[in-house]
Design a binder for this molecule. Structure first.
Ligand code: FES
Length: 109
């Protein structure tokens, strides 16, 4: 699959997460304080909770349910109770379009 447009860059609010879906796969898209756009899997690995309902802190997205903060760069939770990472997706910006290829993950070990 190729990259799919998920939203306009101008629709993103800084330090807020936006839930998008590509073919039923939920993702959280975040414009961080440095103007970088990230996309990670939207489902917390500790429970069936949407991470985009959580809180952006620097380059992390914190699950509101029990407080695990996931790195927007590596997908890894930085604290318990979650211990499994979420996928990190490659984001491309073309003009005002935010594109994600759900087949391309870039998790770092
Ligand atoms: S459901 Fe996310 S930390 Fe528990």
């Amino acid at each position: 699959m190729s990259a799919t447009r998920v939203c306009a860059l101008s629709e993103l609010q800084q330090d807020e997460a936006r839930r998008v879906e590509i073919d039923g796969v939920p993702m959280a898209v975040v414009l961080d304080g440095n103007g970088e756009v990230h996309a990670i899997g939207d489902t917390c690995t500790h429970g069936d909770i949407s991470l985009s309902d959580g809180f952006v802190e620097g380059d992390t997205l914190e699950c509101w349910a029990h407080g695990s903060a996931f790195s927007l760069r590596t997908g890894k939770p930085l604290n318990l109770p979650a211990y499994e990472p979420v996928p990190v997706y490659e984001v491309t910006i073309e003009g005002d379009d935010v594109l994600i290829d759900p087949a391309v993950t870039k998790n770092v070990d």
